[in-house]
Design a binder for this molecule. Structure first.
Ligand SMILES: [Ca+2]
Length: 394
């Protein structure tokens, strides 16, 4: 045990020595710590100052960078401006050229203006000239018109004179005819020929007397022989009469009215066809109305004859011509059958129809349908004063 205690003592002495060494070390270390703290403080203040220096430098750097950037921007701006300047220069050149062109145009315009002014002056002078000429033409025209009027008057006087001379000659020739033909009241007792007849309310006029077909004293009012005279005529011609008294003719409605109105008349109609067959019909009291009565057949009297009565159908009918439809038909019979007649719807006889040797029912032709429907070659209508007929036959 004592050994152990001795060892323990030894160990304890060693430990105490060790601890004393540690203590000295700690003191040294504590001293060093304090000095280190001072150093650290110094360093920390140095770091602070360095930091502030860095910050300032950083700021300066930033400023410098900013300046640098600005500089770059400025360079770019300068480049832009330079390019714009060159553009401006180019434009300026263009403007200069345009100016040059404009100047040229202005000069040209000025020259045109001067031309226009000259032309306008010329126009004004021409206008004056034209006005002068127009007034001269007007005065010439009025002069011509006056001369023309004088000439017309002179011509018309001359023509009037010529036509008057011709009329006088005609009248003289008619007068000499009438003088040569003694004026008769009717055809009674006269051989077949042309005579002057006088009826009340009318100047004497020529008539054809026939004494061969049905005894003496007949005034021929219508005759068809060969078709040389057209019977397709208007109202005025049927009213006045037309044709050749020695050939084919129609006496005229006005004369027919005046004759049949002056005293009672008989009517005789002679017919012949293209087979040279003949027929006749006779009416005892034939009266034609005046123009106001449309020249209607007012009376026929009693019928006699050796064929059918194709005229009775027309009693009381108006007279119609192609240009004057007075018929009882919805159409225009006179136009359809190319003649003037006492049509109604349309006819049973048409002695004024177109002269033809062919055709039948429906064909415009000279027709007497109650005999047959073939065209006729010859017709003659005649009238005679009834009393004279009575006297003549007794
Ligand atoms: Ca009609």
């Amino acid at each position: 045990m004592s050994e152990t205690i001795r060892q323990k003592d030894l160990q304890l002495t060693q430990q105490i020595e060790l601890t004393a060494s540690y203590k000295s070390n700690i003191v040294q270390l504590e001293k060093q710590l304090v000095s280190n703290d001072v150093l650290i403080n110094n360093l920390q203040s140095k770091v602070k100052s360095a930091d502030s220096q860095i910050n300032e430098q950083d700021k300066e750097l930033k400023k410098s960078l900013l300046k640098h950037e600005n500089n770059e921007l400025n360079v770019a701006k300068i480049k832009q401006l330079e390019s714009k300047l060159s553009e401006c220069n180019a434009m300026s050149e263009t403007i200069r050229q345009k100016d040059l062109q404009l100047t040229q145009q202005i000069e040209l315009t000025a020259s045109y203006k001067s031309n226009i002014t000259q032309l306008e002056e010329q126009l004004v002078s021409n206008d004056v000239l034209i006005n002068n000429l127009q007034s001269k033409v007007k005065s010439a025209d009025s002069h011509i018109n006056e001369k023309d009027k004088e000439l017309k008057i002179s011509r018309s006087k001359h023509e009037d004179n010529e036509s008057n001379v011709a009329k006088i000659k005609q009248l003289e020739s008619k007068l000499s005819e009438f003088k040569a033909m003694s004026i008769i009241p009717n055809c009674l007792g006269k051989p077949s020929d042309v005579y002057a007849i006088k009826v009340p309310d009318m100047y004497p006029f020529s008539v054809s007397c026939d004494s061969k077909l049905a005894g003496s004293g007949w005034i021929v009012i219508q005759r068809r022989i060969h078709g040389s005279v057209s019977f397709n005529r208007g109202w005025d011609e049927y009213k006045a009469g037309f044709g050749d008294l020695r050939g084919e003719f129609f006496i005229g409605l006005e004369k027919l009215h005046k004759l049949t109105q002056s005293q009672p008349h008989e009517l005789y109609i002679s017919l012949k066809d293209f087979q040279n067959e003949t027929r006749y019909v006779r009416y005892s009291n034939f009266v034609i109305g005046n123009e106001t009565e449309v020249y209607k057949i007012k009376m026929l009297g009693d019928f006699t004859g050796n064929t059918g009565d194709s005229f009775k159908y027309h009693l009381h009918n108006n007279f119609s011509t192609p240009d004057r439809d007075n018929d009882g038909d919805t159409g225009n019979c006179a136009l359809s059958f190319q003649s003037g007649w006492w049509f109604t719807k349309c006819y049973n006889s048409n002695l004024n129809g177109p002269y033809t040797s062919k055709g039948g029912l429906g064909t415009p032709r000279i027709s007497w349908n109650s005999w047959h429907l073939k065209p006729l070659k010859f017709t003659q209508m005649m009238i005679k004063p009834k009393s004279s007929s009575f006297i003549n036959t007794h």
